[in-house]
Design a protein around this ligand. Structure first.
Ligand code: 6PG
Length: 469
Protein backbone atom coordinates (compact mmCIF):
# COMPACT_ATOMS: atom_id res chain seq x y z
CA UNK A 1 0.00 0.00 0.00
CA UNK A 2 1.20 3.56 -0.69
CA UNK A 3 2.57 5.46 2.28
CA UNK A 4 0.00 7.20 4.45
CA UNK A 5 -0.37 11.00 4.39
CA UNK A 6 -0.96 11.15 8.14
CA UNK A 7 -0.82 8.92 11.22
CA UNK A 8 -3.07 8.60 14.24
CA UNK A 9 -2.34 7.18 17.67
CA UNK A 10 -5.20 6.14 19.98
CA UNK A 11 -8.27 4.37 18.61
CA UNK A 12 -10.68 5.20 21.41
CA UNK A 13 -14.10 6.59 20.51
CA UNK A 14 -12.77 9.97 19.31
CA UNK A 15 -9.59 8.67 17.64
CA UNK A 16 -11.43 5.95 15.72
CA UNK A 17 -14.09 8.40 14.52
CA UNK A 18 -11.45 10.93 13.44
CA UNK A 19 -9.45 8.25 11.58
CA UNK A 20 -12.55 7.12 9.65
CA UNK A 21 -13.39 10.76 8.85
CA UNK A 22 -9.85 11.30 7.47
CA UNK A 23 -10.03 8.11 5.37
CA UNK A 24 -13.49 8.99 4.11
CA UNK A 25 -12.24 12.36 2.87
CA UNK A 26 -9.80 10.49 0.63
CA UNK A 27 -6.63 10.62 2.77
CA UNK A 28 -4.50 7.57 3.46
CA UNK A 29 -3.97 7.14 7.20
CA UNK A 30 -1.81 4.83 9.33
CA UNK A 31 -3.19 4.01 12.77
CA UNK A 32 -1.75 2.60 15.96
CA UNK A 33 -3.25 1.69 19.31
CA UNK A 34 -1.60 0.42 22.48
CA UNK A 35 -3.37 -2.90 22.06
CA UNK A 36 -3.21 -4.33 18.53
CA UNK A 37 -6.54 -6.15 19.01
CA UNK A 38 -8.28 -2.79 18.99
CA UNK A 39 -6.40 -1.73 15.85
CA UNK A 40 -7.31 -4.95 14.04
CA UNK A 41 -10.96 -4.69 15.04
CA UNK A 42 -11.00 -1.06 13.93
CA UNK A 43 -9.55 -1.90 10.50
CA UNK A 44 -11.88 -4.86 10.11
CA UNK A 45 -14.89 -2.64 10.85
CA UNK A 46 -13.82 0.13 8.49
CA UNK A 47 -15.59 -1.38 5.45
CA UNK A 48 -14.50 0.12 2.14
CA UNK A 49 -12.52 2.83 3.99
CA UNK A 50 -10.08 0.06 5.03
CA UNK A 51 -8.39 0.48 1.62
CA UNK A 52 -7.01 3.81 2.85
CA UNK A 53 -6.16 2.63 6.38
CA UNK A 54 -2.85 1.01 7.37
CA UNK A 55 -3.19 -0.85 10.69
CA UNK A 56 0.21 -0.97 12.39
CA UNK A 57 1.39 -3.12 15.26
CA UNK A 58 4.43 -1.31 16.61
CA UNK A 59 5.29 2.37 16.79
CA UNK A 60 8.19 1.78 14.37
CA UNK A 61 5.72 0.26 11.91
CA UNK A 62 3.49 3.31 12.31
CA UNK A 63 6.35 5.69 11.59
CA UNK A 64 7.51 3.60 8.62
CA UNK A 65 4.01 3.63 7.16
CA UNK A 66 3.78 7.45 6.91
CA UNK A 67 5.26 9.58 4.12
CA UNK A 68 7.85 12.21 5.10
CA UNK A 69 7.67 14.82 6.45
CA UNK A 70 5.33 12.96 8.76
CA UNK A 71 2.36 14.22 10.74
CA UNK A 72 0.95 12.12 13.59
CA UNK A 73 -2.21 12.93 15.52
CA UNK A 74 -2.33 11.85 19.17
CA UNK A 75 -5.85 11.07 20.41
CA UNK A 76 -4.95 9.73 23.85
CA UNK A 77 -6.21 10.83 27.29
CA UNK A 78 -4.95 14.28 28.30
CA UNK A 79 -2.05 14.52 30.75
CA UNK A 80 0.73 11.96 31.22
CA UNK A 81 -0.33 9.66 28.36
CA UNK A 82 0.43 12.53 25.94
CA UNK A 83 3.92 13.05 27.40
CA UNK A 84 4.53 9.29 27.31
CA UNK A 85 3.54 9.07 23.65
CA UNK A 86 5.68 12.06 22.70
CA UNK A 87 8.63 10.49 24.55
CA UNK A 88 8.09 7.17 22.76
CA UNK A 89 7.60 8.67 19.29
CA UNK A 90 10.17 11.46 19.13
CA UNK A 91 13.24 9.22 18.94
CA UNK A 92 11.67 7.43 15.98
CA UNK A 93 10.88 10.64 14.07
CA UNK A 94 12.83 13.04 11.89
CA UNK A 95 13.43 16.74 12.62
CA UNK A 96 10.60 17.78 10.34
CA UNK A 97 8.05 15.31 11.60
CA UNK A 98 5.06 16.86 13.30
CA UNK A 99 3.23 15.63 16.40
CA UNK A 100 -0.32 16.93 16.87
CA UNK A 101 -1.97 16.57 20.29
CA UNK A 102 -5.68 16.55 19.50
CA UNK A 103 -6.94 15.76 23.01
CA UNK A 104 -8.47 18.12 25.55
CA UNK A 105 -5.09 19.26 26.92
CA UNK A 106 -4.62 21.89 29.56
CA UNK A 107 -3.03 24.73 27.58
CA UNK A 108 -0.23 25.06 30.17
CA UNK A 109 0.84 21.52 29.19
CA UNK A 110 0.65 22.51 25.53
CA UNK A 111 2.78 25.59 26.20
CA UNK A 112 5.37 23.39 27.94
CA UNK A 113 5.32 20.75 25.18
CA UNK A 114 5.62 23.47 22.55
CA UNK A 115 8.64 24.95 24.34
CA UNK A 116 10.24 21.49 24.61
CA UNK A 117 9.64 20.86 20.91
CA UNK A 118 11.00 24.28 19.98
CA UNK A 119 14.14 23.64 22.04
CA UNK A 120 14.68 20.44 20.01
CA UNK A 121 13.83 22.25 16.77
CA UNK A 122 10.92 19.90 16.03
CA UNK A 123 7.33 20.93 15.21
CA UNK A 124 4.42 20.41 17.62
CA UNK A 125 0.77 21.40 17.40
CA UNK A 126 -1.85 21.50 20.15
CA UNK A 127 -5.25 21.17 18.54
CA UNK A 128 -8.72 21.44 20.09
CA UNK A 129 -11.34 19.18 18.49
CA UNK A 130 -14.99 19.61 19.38
CA UNK A 131 -18.18 17.83 18.47
CA UNK A 132 -18.08 14.56 20.35
CA UNK A 133 -18.00 11.23 18.49
CA UNK A 134 -20.51 12.34 15.86
CA UNK A 135 -18.49 15.49 15.16
CA UNK A 136 -15.18 13.64 14.98
CA UNK A 137 -16.71 11.16 12.52
CA UNK A 138 -18.55 13.57 10.23
CA UNK A 139 -17.17 17.06 10.83
CA UNK A 140 -15.78 18.54 14.05
CA UNK A 141 -14.75 22.12 14.80
CA UNK A 142 -10.95 22.30 14.92
CA UNK A 143 -8.87 24.90 16.75
CA UNK A 144 -5.16 24.68 15.93
CA UNK A 145 -2.23 26.13 17.86
CA UNK A 146 1.50 25.96 17.15
CA UNK A 147 3.96 27.12 14.48
CA UNK A 148 2.03 28.57 11.53
CA UNK A 149 4.11 26.64 8.96
CA UNK A 150 3.38 23.37 10.75
CA UNK A 151 -0.36 24.14 10.75
CA UNK A 152 -0.23 25.04 7.06
CA UNK A 153 1.16 21.60 6.31
CA UNK A 154 -1.83 19.80 7.79
CA UNK A 155 -4.48 22.48 7.17
CA UNK A 156 -5.76 20.84 3.94
CA UNK A 157 -6.57 17.59 5.79
CA UNK A 158 -8.03 19.45 8.79
CA UNK A 159 -10.20 21.59 6.54
CA UNK A 160 -11.34 18.50 4.63
CA UNK A 161 -12.50 16.68 7.76
CA UNK A 162 -13.93 19.71 9.60
CA UNK A 163 -17.57 20.77 9.68
CA UNK A 164 -18.52 23.40 7.10
CA UNK A 165 -20.53 26.55 7.65
CA UNK A 166 -21.99 27.53 4.28
CA UNK A 167 -18.93 25.95 2.66
CA UNK A 168 -16.36 27.51 5.02
CA UNK A 169 -14.40 24.85 6.95
CA UNK A 170 -14.53 25.14 10.74
CA UNK A 171 -10.79 24.53 11.13
CA UNK A 172 -8.57 27.49 11.92
CA UNK A 173 -5.16 28.30 13.29
CA UNK A 174 -5.70 30.27 16.49
CA UNK A 175 -2.11 31.26 17.21
CA UNK A 176 1.17 29.81 18.46
CA UNK A 177 1.78 27.18 21.14
CA UNK A 178 -1.17 26.77 23.55
CA UNK A 179 -3.57 29.09 21.70
CA UNK A 180 -5.62 26.30 20.09
CA UNK A 181 -6.08 24.37 23.32
CA UNK A 182 -6.88 27.58 25.16
CA UNK A 183 -9.64 28.40 22.67
CA UNK A 184 -10.97 24.84 23.10
CA UNK A 185 -10.92 25.26 26.89
CA UNK A 186 -12.97 28.45 26.68
CA UNK A 187 -15.31 26.65 24.27
CA UNK A 188 -15.82 24.00 26.95
CA UNK A 189 -16.36 26.62 29.66
CA UNK A 190 -19.08 28.15 27.51
CA UNK A 191 -20.43 24.64 26.88
CA UNK A 192 -20.78 24.17 30.66
CA UNK A 193 -22.53 27.55 30.97
CA UNK A 194 -24.94 27.00 28.06
CA UNK A 195 -25.84 23.57 29.48
CA UNK A 196 -26.32 24.95 32.99
CA UNK A 197 -28.59 27.79 31.83
CA UNK A 198 -30.70 25.27 29.90
CA UNK A 199 -30.84 23.06 33.01
CA UNK A 200 -31.99 26.09 35.03
CA UNK A 201 -34.75 26.80 32.48
CA UNK A 202 -35.76 23.12 32.66
CA UNK A 203 -35.92 23.32 36.47
CA UNK A 204 -38.19 26.38 36.32
CA UNK A 205 -40.56 24.54 34.00
CA UNK A 206 -40.45 21.27 35.98
CA UNK A 207 -40.57 22.55 39.56
CA UNK A 208 -41.98 26.04 39.08
CA UNK A 209 -44.63 25.38 36.44
CA UNK A 210 -45.31 21.70 37.07
CA UNK A 211 -44.59 20.67 33.47
CA UNK A 212 -43.72 17.07 32.67
CA UNK A 213 -40.70 16.18 30.55
CA UNK A 214 -43.05 15.40 27.65
CA UNK A 215 -44.57 18.90 28.03
CA UNK A 216 -41.13 20.51 28.23
CA UNK A 217 -39.90 18.86 25.01
CA UNK A 218 -42.08 20.96 22.66
CA UNK A 219 -41.01 24.12 24.50
CA UNK A 220 -37.36 23.42 23.63
CA UNK A 221 -38.42 22.49 20.11
CA UNK A 222 -40.18 25.84 19.74
CA UNK A 223 -37.20 27.73 21.18
CA UNK A 224 -35.00 25.96 18.67
CA UNK A 225 -36.84 27.81 15.91
CA UNK A 226 -36.01 31.25 17.37
CA UNK A 227 -33.01 33.24 18.62
CA UNK A 228 -31.86 30.28 20.75
CA UNK A 229 -31.51 27.89 17.79
CA UNK A 230 -28.55 25.70 18.67
CA UNK A 231 -27.34 22.14 19.02
CA UNK A 232 -27.70 22.18 22.83
CA UNK A 233 -31.32 23.41 22.73
CA UNK A 234 -32.05 20.82 20.03
CA UNK A 235 -30.68 17.90 22.06
CA UNK A 236 -32.41 19.19 25.20
CA UNK A 237 -35.73 18.81 23.34
CA UNK A 238 -34.72 15.31 22.30
CA UNK A 239 -33.70 14.19 25.79
CA UNK A 240 -36.89 15.69 27.27
CA UNK A 241 -38.96 13.68 24.77
CA UNK A 242 -37.15 10.37 25.32
CA UNK A 243 -38.58 7.56 27.44
CA UNK A 244 -36.66 4.98 29.43
CA UNK A 245 -36.80 1.60 27.64
CA UNK A 246 -36.48 -0.17 31.02
CA UNK A 247 -39.43 1.49 32.79
CA UNK A 248 -41.34 3.53 30.22
CA UNK A 249 -40.85 6.63 32.39
CA UNK A 250 -39.49 9.89 31.00
CA UNK A 251 -35.75 9.40 30.58
CA UNK A 252 -35.00 12.64 32.41
CA UNK A 253 -37.01 11.44 35.40
CA UNK A 254 -34.82 8.40 35.98
CA UNK A 255 -31.41 10.07 35.63
CA UNK A 256 -29.57 10.90 38.85
CA UNK A 257 -29.05 14.67 39.28
CA UNK A 258 -25.29 14.54 39.89
CA UNK A 259 -23.21 15.87 36.98
CA UNK A 260 -19.79 14.56 36.05
CA UNK A 261 -16.97 16.61 34.59
CA UNK A 262 -13.49 16.10 33.22
CA UNK A 263 -12.25 19.51 34.25
CA UNK A 264 -12.12 21.76 31.20
CA UNK A 265 -14.88 24.04 32.55
CA UNK A 266 -12.96 24.34 35.81
CA UNK A 267 -9.80 25.25 33.88
CA UNK A 268 -11.71 28.06 32.17
CA UNK A 269 -12.82 29.48 35.52
CA UNK A 270 -9.29 29.19 36.97
CA UNK A 271 -7.62 30.85 33.99
CA UNK A 272 -10.24 33.60 33.95
CA UNK A 273 -9.35 34.44 37.53
CA UNK A 274 -5.64 34.56 36.69
CA UNK A 275 -6.37 36.86 33.78
CA UNK A 276 -8.69 39.12 35.83
CA UNK A 277 -11.20 38.58 33.03
CA UNK A 278 -14.05 37.07 35.01
CA UNK A 279 -16.52 34.65 33.46
CA UNK A 280 -19.14 34.50 36.23
CA UNK A 281 -21.69 32.52 34.22
CA UNK A 282 -19.08 29.82 33.56
CA UNK A 283 -17.86 29.94 37.18
CA UNK A 284 -21.46 29.47 38.34
CA UNK A 285 -21.89 26.52 35.98
CA UNK A 286 -18.78 24.82 37.39
CA UNK A 287 -19.99 25.52 40.93
CA UNK A 288 -23.41 24.04 40.13
CA UNK A 289 -21.84 20.83 38.78
CA UNK A 290 -19.75 20.51 41.92
CA UNK A 291 -22.74 21.08 44.19
CA UNK A 292 -24.82 18.62 42.16
CA UNK A 293 -22.47 15.84 43.22
CA UNK A 294 -23.03 16.57 46.92
CA UNK A 295 -26.21 14.53 47.03
CA UNK A 296 -26.15 13.62 50.71
CA UNK A 297 -25.58 17.21 51.83
CA UNK A 298 -28.38 18.44 49.58
CA UNK A 299 -30.75 15.85 51.03
CA UNK A 300 -29.77 16.91 54.55
CA UNK A 301 -30.34 20.55 53.59
CA UNK A 302 -33.82 19.81 52.26
CA UNK A 303 -34.67 17.86 55.42
CA UNK A 304 -33.74 20.85 57.61
CA UNK A 305 -34.90 23.82 55.53
CA UNK A 306 -37.64 22.28 53.41
CA UNK A 307 -37.54 21.78 49.65
CA UNK A 308 -36.18 24.75 47.72
CA UNK A 309 -38.23 25.25 44.57
CA UNK A 310 -41.90 26.16 44.99
CA UNK A 311 -44.50 26.87 42.28
CA UNK A 312 -43.69 30.08 40.46
CA UNK A 313 -45.88 33.14 40.23
CA UNK A 314 -48.46 32.64 37.45
CA UNK A 315 -47.34 35.92 35.91
CA UNK A 316 -44.08 34.32 34.81
CA UNK A 317 -44.39 32.91 31.30
CA UNK A 318 -42.45 30.54 29.08
CA UNK A 319 -41.64 33.58 26.94
CA UNK A 320 -39.98 35.14 30.01
CA UNK A 321 -37.81 32.05 30.44
CA UNK A 322 -36.90 32.09 26.74
CA UNK A 323 -36.01 35.79 27.02
CA UNK A 324 -33.92 35.09 30.13
CA UNK A 325 -32.01 32.38 28.25
CA UNK A 326 -31.39 34.70 25.29
CA UNK A 327 -30.03 37.43 27.58
CA UNK A 328 -28.02 34.95 29.67
CA UNK A 329 -26.44 33.42 26.58
CA UNK A 330 -25.32 36.81 25.25
CA UNK A 331 -23.86 37.77 28.63
CA UNK A 332 -21.99 34.46 28.90
CA UNK A 333 -20.46 34.73 25.43
CA UNK A 334 -19.53 38.38 25.99
CA UNK A 335 -17.58 37.22 29.05
CA UNK A 336 -15.99 34.31 27.19
CA UNK A 337 -14.76 36.44 24.29
CA UNK A 338 -13.43 39.10 26.68
CA UNK A 339 -11.49 36.35 28.45
CA UNK A 340 -10.09 35.05 25.16
CA UNK A 341 -9.00 38.56 24.25
CA UNK A 342 -7.29 38.98 27.64
CA UNK A 343 -5.45 35.67 27.26
CA UNK A 344 -4.42 36.46 23.72
CA UNK A 345 -2.91 39.77 24.85
CA UNK A 346 -1.28 38.30 27.95
CA UNK A 347 0.37 35.45 26.05
CA UNK A 348 0.98 37.44 22.85
CA UNK A 349 -0.95 34.93 20.72
CA UNK A 350 -2.93 37.28 18.51
CA UNK A 351 -5.99 34.99 18.60
CA UNK A 352 -8.39 36.14 15.86
CA UNK A 353 -11.65 36.51 17.84
CA UNK A 354 -13.94 36.63 14.79
CA UNK A 355 -12.36 33.36 13.61
CA UNK A 356 -13.14 31.72 16.97
CA UNK A 357 -16.78 32.66 16.61
CA UNK A 358 -16.70 31.38 13.01
CA UNK A 359 -15.09 28.06 13.92
CA UNK A 360 -17.77 27.50 16.58
CA UNK A 361 -20.66 28.02 14.13
CA UNK A 362 -20.71 24.36 13.07
CA UNK A 363 -19.46 21.00 14.27
CA UNK A 364 -18.84 21.83 17.91
CA UNK A 365 -21.08 21.35 20.93
CA UNK A 366 -21.88 25.08 21.31
CA UNK A 367 -22.77 25.61 17.65
CA UNK A 368 -25.67 28.01 17.23
CA UNK A 369 -27.17 30.62 14.95
CA UNK A 370 -26.23 33.32 17.44
CA UNK A 371 -22.53 32.57 16.87
CA UNK A 372 -22.91 33.70 13.27
CA UNK A 373 -24.14 37.11 14.50
CA UNK A 374 -21.30 37.15 17.01
CA UNK A 375 -18.80 36.47 14.23
CA UNK A 376 -20.23 39.44 12.33
CA UNK A 377 -20.10 41.71 15.39
CA UNK A 378 -16.50 40.68 16.18
CA UNK A 379 -15.48 41.17 12.56
CA UNK A 380 -16.82 44.75 12.72
CA UNK A 381 -14.90 45.47 15.91
CA UNK A 382 -12.99 42.68 17.71
CA UNK A 383 -12.12 45.00 20.62
CA UNK A 384 -15.72 45.93 21.45
CA UNK A 385 -17.52 44.05 24.22
CA UNK A 386 -20.28 42.01 22.57
CA UNK A 387 -22.96 43.59 24.77
CA UNK A 388 -22.13 46.91 23.04
CA UNK A 389 -22.45 45.53 19.49
CA UNK A 390 -25.75 46.91 18.09
CA UNK A 391 -27.32 43.47 17.41
CA UNK A 392 -26.66 42.30 20.95
CA UNK A 393 -27.43 45.63 22.60
CA UNK A 394 -30.85 45.46 20.94
CA UNK A 395 -31.42 41.86 22.09
CA UNK A 396 -30.34 42.69 25.63
CA UNK A 397 -32.62 45.75 25.75
CA UNK A 398 -35.44 43.50 24.59
CA UNK A 399 -34.79 40.63 27.01
CA UNK A 400 -32.99 41.78 30.14
CA UNK A 401 -36.28 42.61 31.86
CA UNK A 402 -37.34 38.99 31.31
CA UNK A 403 -34.06 37.80 32.82
CA UNK A 404 -34.70 40.11 35.79
CA UNK A 405 -38.28 38.85 36.24
CA UNK A 406 -37.15 35.24 36.04
CA UNK A 407 -34.25 35.67 38.49
CA UNK A 408 -36.37 37.71 40.95
CA UNK A 409 -39.35 35.35 40.88
CA UNK A 410 -37.10 32.33 41.11
CA UNK A 411 -35.31 33.77 44.14
CA UNK A 412 -38.60 34.46 45.92
CA UNK A 413 -39.77 30.92 45.26
CA UNK A 414 -36.55 29.14 46.20
CA UNK A 415 -35.25 28.16 42.76
CA UNK A 416 -31.49 28.29 42.43
CA UNK A 417 -30.37 29.90 39.16
CA UNK A 418 -26.61 30.27 39.61
CA UNK A 419 -25.74 30.88 35.96
CA UNK A 420 -28.64 33.12 35.00
CA UNK A 421 -28.40 35.20 38.17
CA UNK A 422 -24.61 35.62 37.85
CA UNK A 423 -25.15 36.81 34.30
CA UNK A 424 -27.65 39.39 35.51
CA UNK A 425 -25.38 40.57 38.35
CA UNK A 426 -22.52 41.03 35.87
CA UNK A 427 -24.78 42.85 33.43
CA UNK A 428 -25.92 45.28 36.12
CA UNK A 429 -22.30 45.90 37.12
CA UNK A 430 -21.43 46.54 33.49
CA UNK A 431 -24.17 49.16 33.18
CA UNK A 432 -23.30 51.10 36.34
CA UNK A 433 -20.92 53.96 35.66
CA UNK A 434 -20.67 54.94 39.36
CA UNK A 435 -20.22 51.68 41.25
CA UNK A 436 -19.47 50.96 44.88
CA UNK A 437 -15.74 50.18 44.79
CA UNK A 438 -15.14 53.60 46.38
CA UNK A 439 -16.24 51.88 49.61
CA UNK A 440 -13.67 49.10 49.03
CA UNK A 441 -10.96 51.65 48.38
CA UNK A 442 -11.82 53.56 51.56
CA UNK A 443 -11.77 50.33 53.59
CA UNK A 444 -8.43 49.31 52.07
CA UNK A 445 -6.98 52.69 52.87
CA UNK A 446 -8.42 52.62 56.40
CA UNK A 447 -6.86 49.31 57.42
CA UNK A 448 -3.83 49.19 55.16
CA UNK A 449 -3.07 52.71 53.93
CA UNK A 450 -3.38 51.37 50.39
CA UNK A 451 -4.35 54.78 49.01
CA UNK A 452 -7.00 55.74 46.46
CA UNK A 453 -7.59 58.07 43.54
CA UNK A 454 -10.22 60.83 43.84
CA UNK A 455 -12.99 61.79 41.46
CA UNK A 456 -11.79 65.41 41.53
CA UNK A 457 -8.19 64.41 40.74
CA UNK A 458 -6.75 66.22 43.81
CA UNK A 459 -3.37 64.68 44.76
CA UNK A 460 -4.63 63.45 48.13
CA UNK A 461 -4.54 59.66 48.34
CA UNK A 462 -5.51 58.89 51.94
CA UNK A 463 -8.65 59.45 54.04
CA UNK A 464 -8.95 61.27 57.37
CA UNK A 465 -8.59 58.16 59.47
CA UNK A 466 -5.91 57.12 61.93
CA UNK A 467 -2.34 57.98 61.02
CA UNK A 468 -3.27 58.92 57.49
CA UNK A 469 -5.46 61.95 58.37
C1 6PG B 1 -16.54 18.77 22.79
C2 6PG B 1 -16.70 18.50 24.28
C3 6PG B 1 -15.81 17.41 24.75
C4 6PG B 1 -15.91 17.18 26.27
C5 6PG B 1 -17.19 16.60 26.70
C6 6PG B 1 -17.23 16.17 28.15
O1 6PG B 1 -16.29 19.92 22.49
O2 6PG B 1 -16.70 17.86 22.01
O3 6PG B 1 -16.39 19.67 24.98
O4 6PG B 1 -14.50 17.77 24.40
O5 6PG B 1 -14.90 16.30 26.61
O6 6PG B 1 -18.21 17.50 26.47
O7 6PG B 1 -16.85 17.18 29.00
P1 6PG B 1 -17.17 17.06 30.57
O8 6PG B 1 -16.98 15.62 30.94
O9 6PG B 1 -16.20 17.94 31.28
O10 6PG B 1 -18.59 17.48 30.73
Amino acid sequence: MALAEIGLVGLGVMGAALALNIAEKGHRIAVWNRSFDVTEKFAAGAGELAARITATQGLKDLVAAIAEPRAIILMVPAGEPVDEMIAALRPLLGQNDLIIDAGNANFHDTERRSAEAEAKGVPFIGMGVSGGEEGARHGPAIMGGGPREAWNRVAPIMEAIAAKHEGTPCATWMGPAGAGHFVKTVHNGIEYADMQMIAEAYGLMRDGMGLSAAEIAPVFEAWNKGALRSYLIEISGKVARATDPATGAAMLDVILDAAGQKGTGRWTAIEAQHLAAPVPVIEAAVMARNVSSRLEERRAGEAVFGAGPQPLNDALSLADIEGALIAGKILCYAQGFTMLDAASKTYGWGVPLPECAKVWREGCIIRSDMLDHMAQALTEDPARNLILAPTFTALLKQHHEALRRVVANAALKGHSLPALSSGLAWFDLMRTARGTANMLQAQRDFFGAHGFDRLDGKPIHHGPWGNHA
